[in-house]
Design a binder for this molecule. Structure first.
Ligand SMILES: C[S@@+](CC[C@H](N)C(=O)[O-])C[C@H]1O[C@@H](n2cnc3c(N)ncnc32)[C@H](O)[C@@H]1O
Length: 224
């Protein structure tokens, strides 16, 4: 289930109904009571609901997440098998680089007979475009969405294609992105948003300011 990028008001009505009806809620956080997606729905939870943090790694590492996804899928099946409605939370939209997309695939393989619903959510890039007032794409414009950490050496080539570009997982590679923008005269055409929709949200319309701080994993850059 997608819970949007951070602002609880970006939860869909469907997501709210699912939260209300589920006995058990799973999320990626390391602890049962903390996690980015959990924070977004926290005020909607009741005392009789069980919340479990599944400890999935966020940043890139040795584990590509596969083991964790199967563990979550099996937990979902165990809960459902015990007669409890259960949901797994994904920030943003589950089908856009979301752990929920893998878990839905694992579930389909493990239990093709199970009833699985994917609830879409507002993605971070849609919310960033709205926050900045920058259209994501218009008319014939191309939009490139790049998980930046995985394509550091392609940043220049992607910028050369033109159009809008959205750089997810950008915190660790922002200096490189900035450099590639500078040599192309695009430095002033980028903005960075961090933890959009949360009380601690930061919006940088100036790359120098973004480069001067330690950005969290929940940051993205838009270039127009
Ligand atoms: C694994 S991807 C998940 C994307 C998510 N499923 C979506 O639809 O937005 C994680 C990346 O999304 C971006 N992101 C997610 N939530 C964000 C937020 N509230 N503010 C800024 N960037 C966010 C960051 O670039 C982060 O590294």
């Amino acid at each position: 289930m997608g819970v949007g990028p951070g602002d609880p008001e970006f939860l869909t009505l469907r997501a709210c109904r699912v939260i209300e009806t589920c006995a058990t809620i799973l999320h990626a956080g390391a602890r049962d009571d903390s996690g980015f997606a959990l924070e977004i729905i926290a005020s909607r939870l009741r005392i009789d609901q069980t919340v479990r943090g599944m400890g999935l790694a966020m940043r890139r590492g040795a584990d590509d997440g596969t083991i964790g996804y199967e563990r979550v899928a099996r937990t979902l099946l165990e809960e459902a098998g015990a007669g409890r409605d259960v949901a797994y939370l994904t920030e943003g939209d589950p089908m856009l680089y979301g752990s929920g997309s893998y878990i839905a695939e694992v579930l389909a393989a493990l239990a093709p007979e199970a009833t699985v619903e994917v609830v879409p959510g507002v993605s971070s890039l849609a919310a960033a475009a709205a926050r900045l007032g920058w259209p994501l794409a218009q008319k014939d414009q191309m939009l490139t969405i790049c998980p930046a950490t995985y394509h550091v050496d392609e940043i220049g080539a992607i910028l050369d294609r033109g159009g809008m570009s959205c750089w997810l997982k950008a915190a660790d590679v922002l200096p490189r992105l900035a450099e590639e923008l500078r040599v192309r005269g695009l430095y002033g055409r980028a903005a960075v948003v961090e933890r959009l929709g949360r009380p601690e949200e930061r919006v940088f319309r100036d790359l120098d300011a973004a480069l001067a701080v330690d950005l969290s994993y929940f940051s993205l850059a838009l270039v127009r």
